[in-house]
Design a protein around this ligand. Structure first.
Ligand code: ADP
Ligand code: MG
Length: 216
């Protein structure tokens, strides 16, 4: 069982989009997956409720105290994917505590990367007292296809000394289009979106497997 949180206090960074697509991707690979909506705004809940045949299980846990109950629930699943809340510091802290891996989607703008500063500080403080748990990765999100990352983005990311996923998620209409129908890119005809989403899942599984081997 692994708990993956997708966190960034900044709204619009792609947390819900990445959470729903990742959860579906893991489900399609045969894993049992629970998607947790930790955002009182309820975007993942709305997404889920858009159709009555969503194959994913979803629960809403939008109080930090409830997050503690997740450990017991999570034992029944291969993966729990938590869609993070905006702002709410207590909630973000509670998610970090229960997670094996924290994914931080950031748009490729220095402002967005700087806005993750408190989250990174909190994560690092947690890692120091827990022997490095949870692991954390940035994901570049909503990157305009064909653009090269500017030096200022690389510098801003380097300063955090936190790994960045090799796979970036591009800005593509298919993400909001499928979301509007309660679906994911796995149910659309867009090879590029499916390919990048699959590569991201591969990478995430690689990080979790490497951590497991270290413990063993
Ligand atoms: P968050 O959960 O961090 O607030 P969302 O996933 O809700 O972010 O994304 C914010 C908005 O941007 C939504 O309208 C979403 O459909 C859109 N969006 C997110 N990721 C992408 C993407 N890769 N390409 C195009 N639009 C995206
Ligand atoms: Mg969201």
């Amino acid at each position: 069982m692994s708990i993956i949180s997708v966190l960034n206090p900044k709204g619009g960074s792609g947390k819900t989009t990445i959470s729903t697509n990742l959860a579906r991707s893991l489900h399609d690979r045969g894993y049992s997956v629970l998607l947790v909506d930790s955002d009182p705004q309820g975007s993942a809940r709305d997404w889920h409720a858009t159709r009555d045949d969503n194959p994913l299980e979803l629960i809403a846990l939008d109080r930090p105290n409830n997050m503690k109950t997740l450990g017991t629930m999570a034992a029944n699943y291969d993966f729990v994917v938590i869609d993070g809340a905006a702002k709410l510091e207590d909630m973000i802290a509670a998610c970090i505590k229960v997670s094996d891996l924290v994914l931080i989607p950031v748009q490729p703008s220095p402002y967005d990367i700087w806005a993750a500063s408190d989250l990174v500080d909190f994560l690092k403080a947690r890692q120091e007292v827990t022997d490095g748990k949870p692991q954390a990765r940035f994901i570049l999100s909503r990157v305009v296809d064909g653009t090269r990352l500017g030096q200022e983005i690389r510098t801003a990311l380097d300063e955090y000394a936190l790994p960045v996923c090799t796979t970036a998620i591009a800005q593509r209409q298919v993400y909001p289009q499928t979301a509007a129908e309660g679906r994911t890119v796995y149910e659309a005809d867009n090879g590029k979106a499916k390919d990048e989403s699959n590569l991201l899942t591969d990478e995430i599984l690689g990080v979790l497997n490497a951590a497991r081997r270290e413990v063993a």
